[in-house]
Ligand binder design. Structure first.
Ligand SMILES: Cc1cc2nc3c(=O)[nH]c(=O)nc-3n(C[C@H](O)[C@H](O)[C@H](O)COP(=O)(O)OP(=O)(O)OC[C@H]3O[C@@H](n4cnc5c(N)ncnc54)[C@H](O)[C@@H]3O)c2cc1C
Length: 424
């Protein structure tokens, strides 16, 4: 297995529960994946102000709940401590080789898999396995937009959210945050308490949802029977009305209105950003047009002084150690049967390569139980042709709802997806 984040630990627990022998190779110095505090000089998407956006009940593992002392939305360092204590409780730490980076995974002529890894001393090892589980996450490679005209003349610092740690590092500076995803709104709200000025540059409107509606965490709403009984259209109308009552229109705050219905694209969860805008801590602006020495000029012709630009423009999936074309097919979509199994690479499975509206934990637990049963010979996979048909039908359905992007190709609806995995 590759990776000991939230997904890899769920898989390790499932393999151990099936009594299977396994080793988990993890490049970092500890378990926990993106929730672990990066060490000095290390990069990572977990900035200091990061808290869970999903509630602790559904983000903790089903048979090892997060501590009662934790708040509903714990801080990322608390999540890291919890993930380590889960690994201890599940008895999987002995199976995990820390500081070990997987460099290549290739199928041999006898059908097994050769995994080449490098340890912290730089020593390479090649080992053969009958099955490989990839749980290496999908928030690793930062996506940066093409440099804006004038970037070479800009005297300030340009960075990606992956290198952003804490608002206090920017005390007294003028900062422009680019994007409107979860990291962008968190980082802008964090900076607004430290920086001299925080500007949020937004190209495209996204739906912004609070963490709770009617005092209920959104993910509790998502599994409530009164919600799941509604059609997608009814759910859309319901949430659109609730948002209008709670906060009015996004254009009232100077943000662009979304050009799509809710649930036709990833939503942004934030309790803070709209309040920080209304309190004058964050100023919304449109997309960047060009840069000029110490100024950022926006597409509406306005400009601000800036010392720093933080691009919160997301991550791309990267699997440099896998055979080319897997799991991302020629069209740029992830092509996995039930989002887990590579049909043309027998024995290669993926855990956590899904993006739900809500927590991933129940999904990776169900994926892990299924893969462990397949590995134990207790569940059989269909013929590759059948798997390819399922993938094509799934991707066509997803493209209808979300459009044909790479990120959309891992989007899943929680309740129906869990039901599909239960049937496997
Ligand atoms: C900023 C941010 C906030 C989020 N908030 C939430 C939230 O509130 N709730 C929620 O449910 N989800 C959230 N997510 C989604 C998040 O992806 C999941 O919560 C979960 O942490 C993913 O776990 P993972 O194990 O799949 O990936 P990761 O946590 O990324 O772990 C992957 C592990 O694989 C290791 N690895 C990678 N490549 C190699 C290699 N070649 N060799 C060896 N080891 C390797 C990495 O070091 C890492 O430890 C958030 C994501 C981001 C980026």
């Amino acid at each position: 297995m590759i990776g000991a984040g939230l997904s890899g630990l769920a898989a390790a627990h499932a393999l151990k529960s099936e009594g299977l022998d396994f080793v988990c190779l993890e490049q970092a110095s500890d378990v926990g994946g993106l929730w672990r505090q990066p060490q000095a000089g290390e990069r990572g998407p977990g900035y200091l102000s990061l808290h869970l956006n999903t509630n602790k009940r559904l983000t903790g593992y089903a048979d090892f709940p997060m501590p009662a002392s934790y708040p509903v939305y714990p801080r990322h360092s608390d999540v890291a401590v919890y993930l380590r204590s889960f690994a201890e409780w599940a008895g999987v730490l002995d199976h995990i080789e820390l500081g070990t980076t997987v460099e290549s995974v290739r199928r041999t002529s006898d059908g097994s898999w050769t995994v080449v890894s490098r340890d912290s001393r730089g020593e390479r090892t090649a080992r053969d396995f009958t099955q490989v589980i990839v749980a290496s996450g999908h928030n690793t490679d930062p996506v940066l937009p093409a440099p804006a005209p004038g970037s070479d003349r800009f005297r300030g610092t340009i960075l990606h959210a992956l290198d952003y740690r804490d608002g206090s590092d920017y005390a007294g500076r003028d900062v422009v945050v680019v994007g409107l995803g979860a990291s962008a709104v968190d980082i802008a709200a964090d900076l607004s308490r430290h920086a001299a000025r925080t500007v949020l540059s937004v190209r495209r409107g996204l739906h912004i949802l609070p963490k709770q509606v009617f005092g209920m965490p959104l993910d509790d709403v998502a599994e409530a029977p009164w919600w799941t009984r509604m059609s997608l259209e009814e759910q859309r109308r319901f949430i659109e009305q609730a948002l209008l009552v709670a906060r009015g229109r996004l254009s009232d705050y100077g943000l662009p209105e979304p050009d799509h219905r809710i649930f036709a694209s990833a939503v942004t969860i934030s309790d803070e950003i709209l309040t920080r805008i209304r309190h004058g801590g964050v100023t919304p602006k449109p997309a960047i047009d060009f840069l000029d020495e110490d100024r950022v000029v926006f597409t509406d012709g306005t400009s601000v002084r800036a010392d720093v630009i933080v691009h919160c423009t997301g991550y791309r999936m990267a699997y440099p150690f896998l055979p080319p074309g897997c799991p991302i097919g020629p069209q740029g979509s992830v092509e996995l049967y039930k989002r887990v199994v590579a049909p043309d690479h027998p024995g290669l499975h993926f855990i956590g390569l899904v993006r739900p509206h809500g927590s991933v934990t129940r999904l990776v637990e169900a994926q892990s139980r299924w893969v462990a049963r397949v590995a134990a010979g207790k569940a059989a996979l269909p013929e590759p042709e059948v798997m390819r048909k399922e993938i094509a039908a799934y991707l066509a359905g997803i493209a209808d709802q979300y459009g044909p992007t790479q990120g959309a190709s891992i989007q899943v609806d929680v309740a129906p997806y869990l039901e599909e995995l239960r049937q496997e």
